[in-house]
Design a protein around this ligand. Structure first.
Ligand code: GDG
Length: 483
């Protein structure tokens, strides 16, 4: 019987060392949840990095780690500190990430990063080749592993390989600037199915394949020697039920059972009735447009001063990639902006911005979603943006307004949200006013459509549709080769 192998940079597992020894706790992130139906039972295996480098793992613990991972049908790829520096913090996050998010000026074309990326992709590919039989189904995830499909196909030509990119694929004019552009395309073309969040990313990829490799492309099929590679879009959904149920639980908590964060938010609502809470939640990443959002908020307060003391912006910025210089600079910029604006505009009763630089437990994230009147998400580029979808899923009474950047992949499916261009402060100021004054009936009408769509196309459906398409590609490839 064939098995399914999933590969991502990180395993869906958190390793913990305690008195009782070592344990591997399954993580509850979006991808792990979505892949539950695919990664279940002994006929599936998830290969990835454990989060600990060779230098972090004492030899004596190695067998224990492997055993704990095996219990969860996981297997680790061993990486050392220098791999992580070159492949992860280097090529993945200082070359590909900025380039694919249109931050051309941040993208570093360093030969050392590239060499490390190739070597580490080969380590992942070797781990797959060792584990995979000829007729297995292999699903590779994301921008850290763009070369893996070709490396695996070379040794396992009959395996069916799928690849899904979680970030945007940029337009040809951007992608062509990459010195190793043909290698990256050829790496991906080892897959039989290549999936993107949106139709636009798919078109950009096909255009690069046609123009840089001169291959035949017909609709969404690429012809490469004796193979046909299918390219398609699969917009990722969320675990709708998990978010709506958690929201019901959060809202139902009474008195002393309410979380400290909820108590603080309740107190705020009591002391300043009618004040609107605007929330924004992102990893601290320049692609998310956090600094521009803060500037746009200041612009709004200057344009519509009647809203001073009537609105508060809550920013949750989750620490991310703090080894990369651009992220350190951004952190400083945001600290200064928040400090300056709060310093200039605060009154004895009002602080315009509450800024949290940390990760919150899931329950608190839900408290924030359920307590806020408006979610304001302004990425300059974003593959999908799941926060937008999660906010809508937690609005169990259907109230709440979502303001969403049209540069997020999720904007394609969320037309009933208020869509904005994050570079246009004038438009955002007016949209904030529209959100603040939007009648409840209109909020509910908009959210009803959004919720229905998100319920239907949830993360499990996303994973199953990709897998079904991959399986039918296997059949199609079989037919093509034998003809
Ligand atoms: C990449 C692409 C694409 C956030 N803060 C906390 C927390 N979160 C959770 C959210 C959400 C996830 O993190 C963030 O997902 P996004 O989709 O918004 O963004 P990226 O991390 O950039 O993800 C993106 C995604 O991959 C999937 O393909 O949508 O475009 O960039 O689920 O809930 N969770 C907890 N505490 C926090 O403080 N527990």
């Amino acid at each position: 019987m064939s098995k399914t192998i999933i590969i991502s940079n990180r395993l869906p597992v958190q390793l913990q060392i305690s008195d009782g020894g070592l344990s591997a706790i399954p993580s509850v992130g979006g991808l792990a949840t979505g892949m539950k139906s695919v990664h279940s039972g002994d006929d599936s295996l998830w290969i990835g990095w454990s989060g600990l480098t060779d230098e972090d793992i004492p030899n004596i613990l190695e067998p224990q780690i492997d055993h704990a991972l095996r219990e969860l049908n996981c297997s680790k790829v061993r990486l050392n500190k220098s791999d992580i520096e070159g492949y992860y913090f280097g090529f993945s996050n200082r070359t590909i990430w900025p380039l694919f998010h249109y931050f051309l000026e941040y993208s570093e074309f360093e030969l050392d990063f590239w060499e490390s990326y190739k070597a580490v992709n080969q380590k992942f590919a070797d781990a797959i080749i060792e584990a995979a039989d000829e007729d297995d189904i292999i699903w590779v995830h994301d921008y850290q592993l763009l070369l893996v499909p070709e490396m695996v196909k070379a040794k396992r030509p009959n395996a069916t390989i799928g690849f899904f990119l979680h970030i945007p694929f940029p337009s040809y004019e951007i992608f062509r600037t990459l010195p190793w552009r043909e290698h990256i395309l050829r790496g991906l073309l080892g897959a039989d199915l290549i999936g993107f969040h949106t139709y636009d990313y798919e078109r950009h990829f096909l255009s690069s394949v046609r123009r840089l490799l001169g291959l035949d492309v017909s609709f969404n099929d690429i012809y490469l020697e004796d193979r046909v590679i299918k390219v398609d879009s699969f917009p990722m959904g969320i675990d709708y039920h998990k978010f709506s149920e958690a929201a019901k639980k959060s809202i139902a908590l009474q008195g002393k059972h309410r979380s400290d964060l909820q108590k603080k938010l309740d107190e705020h609502k009591r002391s300043a009735p009618g004040t609107k809470l605007i929330v924004s939640i992102d990893r601290l990443d320049y692609s998310k447009g956090i600094a521009k959002r803060i500037n746009a908020f200041e612009y709004f307060l200057n344009k519509y001063p009647e809203y001073k003391e009537k609105v508060r912006l809550i920013i949750l910025a989750v620490p991310s990639r703090s080894n990369v210089p651009q992220y350190q600079l951004l952190k400083r910029e945001i600290d200064e902006l928040v400090g300056r604006i709060n310093g200039e505009l605060s009154t004895v009763n009002w602080t315009p911005i509450w800024y949290f630089y940390r990760s919150l437990p899931f329950e608190n994230l839900i408290d924030l979603y359920t307590s806020s009147d408006i979610a304001w998400l302004t990425p300059l580029r974003d593959g999908m943006n799941l926060v937008a979808k999660e906010y809508i899923a937690t609005r169990t009474d259907k109230t709440g307004v979502l303001i969403l950047s049209e540069m997020a992949g999720s904007a394609n499916e969320m037309n009933e949200a208020l869509l904005i261009n994050p570079n246009n402060f004038e438009e955002q100021a007016d949209t904030l006013k529209q959100a603040i004054t939007m009648p409840k009936e209109e909020q509910m009408a908009r959210n009803m459509f959004l919720q229905k769509r998100l319920q239907r196309y949830n993360v499990e459906v996303w994973a199953n549709e990709f897998m079904n398409s991959l399986k039918s590609q296997r059949k199609a490839v079989g037919t093509f080769v034998s003809e």
